[in-house]
Design a protein around this ligand. Structure first.
Ligand SMILES: Cc1cc2nc3c(=O)[nH]c(=O)nc-3n(C[C@H](O)[C@H](O)[C@H](O)COP(=O)(O)O)c2cc1C
Length: 177
């Protein structure tokens, strides 16, 4: 795929076969995260947690469902892997840098996953839920003073990525000459 084909084919995948991505695919996806830019090159303020543990995934899934007020839902969609991107707790007023850093890393991973035909989806809801749970936070093994900012599900899927039409008016814009 060309770069633009990958960008325009990426889509949120919410259906997984349960089969995990291979170690080689995971290594490429994590490399994409690490190739991302970071404000003032402060890569030391960022941390990746790769979760394969089914019990912990189930716990996060349940916490997300509770946050959404629907115990029957599965906000991790049965994905066999969740990568949580965390940042050192930002100083007041600097939150935008932390969340921007994390979002860019998640997007880089989503593009790499698209290129590999691996399913992925940005996960904010369950990240918010796990951030409120001391029990789950303790299991993430984050460096001291780090907070989860966002996450991405990864896994094999039957969903095929297809090149999408991106209408010019999809997002409003203006130009100042
Ligand atoms: C910041 C952010 C948070 C998101 N959180 C979730 C989420 O918690 N669960 C989910 O299923 N999708 C989540 N999404 C995916 C969006 O719903 C999705 O990008 C949007 O519906 C457009 O669809 P597309 O990704 O297929 O283009 C999130 C996307 C972004 C950018």
């Amino acid at each position: 795929m060309t770069t633009m084909e990958t960008i325009c084919s990426r889509a949120s995948v919410r259906s997984y076969t349960g089969e995990p991505v291979s170690p080689e695919e995971l290594a490429i996806i994590l490399k994409a995260a690490k190739a991302s830019p970071a404000g003032m090159a402060r890569f030391d303020t960022l941390h990746l947690t790769v979760i394969h543990n089914p019990d912990l995934l189930a716990e996060i899934d349940a916490a997300g469902a509770a946050l959404f007020g629907d115990p029957t839902m599965h906000p991790l969609y049965g994905a066999p892997t969740l990568v949580v991107v965390s940042s050192r707790k930002p100083a007041p007023g600097m939150e935008n840098v932390a969340y921007s850093n994390a979002a860019i890393m998640v997007h880089s991973m989503a593009l790499a996953a698209t290129d590999l035909g691996v399913g992925s989806c940005y996960i904010w809801g369950a990240t918010a839920a796990l951030s409120k749970s001391e029990a789950i936070l303790a299991k993430l093994g984050l460096p001291e003073d780090f907070i989860p900012c966002c996450a991405i599900t990864l896994g094999k899927t039957d969903v095929a990525y297809t090149l999408r039409e991106i209408p010019d008016d999809k997002i409003s814009s203006n130009t100042i000459e």
